[in-house]
Design a protein around this ligand. Sequence first.
Ligand code: HEM
Length: 221
Amino acid sequence: MGLTGFFLISFLIVHCFINSMIFFNDGGETFNHWGHFMGSNLIIRTMEIGLFLFLLIHIIQGLMLWAQNNAARPIKYAMNKPGKNSAWYSRSMGLLGTLILMFLVLHLYHFWLPSRFGGMANVHALETTTLGDYAGQEAHNLYREMQIVFQGNIWVVIVYVLGVISLCWHLIHGFQSAFQTFGINHKRYTPLIKAIGVVYSVVICLLFALMPISIYMDWVN
Ligand code: HEM
């Protein structure tokens, strides 16, 4: 879980960084440029297969761990004060993971499906744009797609924000946990790793949450 977790943590940094280009307020030009690069680069497209594979392995391993933990103590403690011996987000990794999975299914339906399967996916019409710096090449207008998904759709915005809040809690625990899996548990360094994990989780999730909110509120255009 640690290895797949590290891979997913890195993916989120790249995904968040590229999406944040919408905040340039240039009608999505910079974002579409990078979106096109990511969508057309052969190495990155190959990594996409790895991403989905790792995501699947991470989910299956998480479910197995959750089942093992339950089976290890079929008769519950008569006296258990979970609040005293573990943080709540560490106890709720399964619940948060499930919420994130629900968000992810909706998210891939909104963006990945139309992008890869076009009209066949029948989700929404995907407009194209002309990329000036790619010798006038036509590319998917991913920025316009964000507007189609979020503008005027308050429920979609709420689901995305809730999904991202769940992701934040999941990452806060998962970040440090990934290091621990590799035996990195040190009196001096573990508090630092934990602090970096909290900063990483909050910054990434805040930026992600700001994307649907800003488009809905018309803060970027
Ligand atoms: C909340 C703000 C987010 C926005 C606006 C957003 C937007 C997008 C867009 C536009 C794409 C399509 C890229 C393309 O077609 O080439 C995409 C793909 C994807 N997103 Fe997000 N995303 C957000 C958050 C997240 C989060 C939090 C996760 C993971 C937990 C995530 C996971 C993915 C995955 C796995 C893909 C498919 C990757 C691929 O095309 O290879 N996204 N997203």
